[in-house]
Design a protein around this ligand. Sequence first.
Ligand code: HEC
Ligand code: HEC
Ligand code: HEC
Length: 156
Amino acid sequence: MCHKKDLTGNQLAIWQAGPHAKAFELLASDEAKAVGAKLGIENPQQSGACLKCHSTAYNGTEEVQNELIAVEDGVQCESCHGAGKNYKSKQIMEDRAQCIENGMVYPATKSCAKCHNDASPTWKPDRYTTKDGKPTGFDVEQAFDKIKHPNPAKAE
Ligand code: HEC
Ligand code: HEC
Ligand code: HEC
């Protein structure tokens, strides 16, 4: 509702165009079906073993944790920023300290490793290369650069 104005960075549009919004859809691909088949999973889009990381509704578990979140939305804002229920009011939103007090995860980069880890069946230990040339499965700085959605009206 709020984060879709260009003036403040349209985080919604950036998320929609990025990989996390497609995390559920991706589970219908031939590649995902092949990964599932090896693990005895017929339909990854219906398996908690996949949805625990590919959908916010499952929140890291093998069952739906919140019926109000559409499984189809894949990995949405709250997987990284924490449940918005208690910090979403305008008054709280205007004060970062209050947001954190009310459940906002900050910095949200603390959340990445919940899913970007070697429990993922497609984990590649050399997906990224660190600045000093070493292979690594996840480099938070480089990865965040691909999905960042800053508010240009606020300098960090
Ligand atoms: C521990 C979290 C986790 C689990 C469990 C998980 N995934 Fe993923 N998956 C990821 C992440 C994170 C990525 C993005 C690539 C990366 O950075 O590792 C990904 C990417 C993928 C990709 C794209 C290929 C690639 O290498 O980017 C496919 C296909 C996929 N997952 C299928 C599945 C299937 C099928 C299951 C269930 C059997 C599953 N995943 C379970 C976290 C997970
Ligand atoms: C994959 C994790 C992830 C997802 C998904 C995500 N964000 Fe973020 N977001 C971050 C990180 C990391 C930052 C940097 C600041 C921080 O660490 O909190 C950030 C920053 C922001 C900022 C602050 C911008 C600034 O410069 O002040 C806003 C607003 C924001 N996100 C809103 C959203 C909204 C709305 C969504 C969903 C449409 C969303 N984010 C989805 C990780 C994420
Ligand atoms: C709830 C699980 C979850 C969290 C938390 C999460 N991701 Fe992801 N991420 C995924 C999945 C699943 C994919 C694969 C989706 C796709 O390719 O459509 C993915 C894909 C990506 C990709 C594209 C693949 C690649 O490595 O180039 C990037 C970049 C990325 N995530 C960055 C981040 C960053 C940065 C954070 C933390 C701020 C983060 N993610 C937090 C689940 C998660």
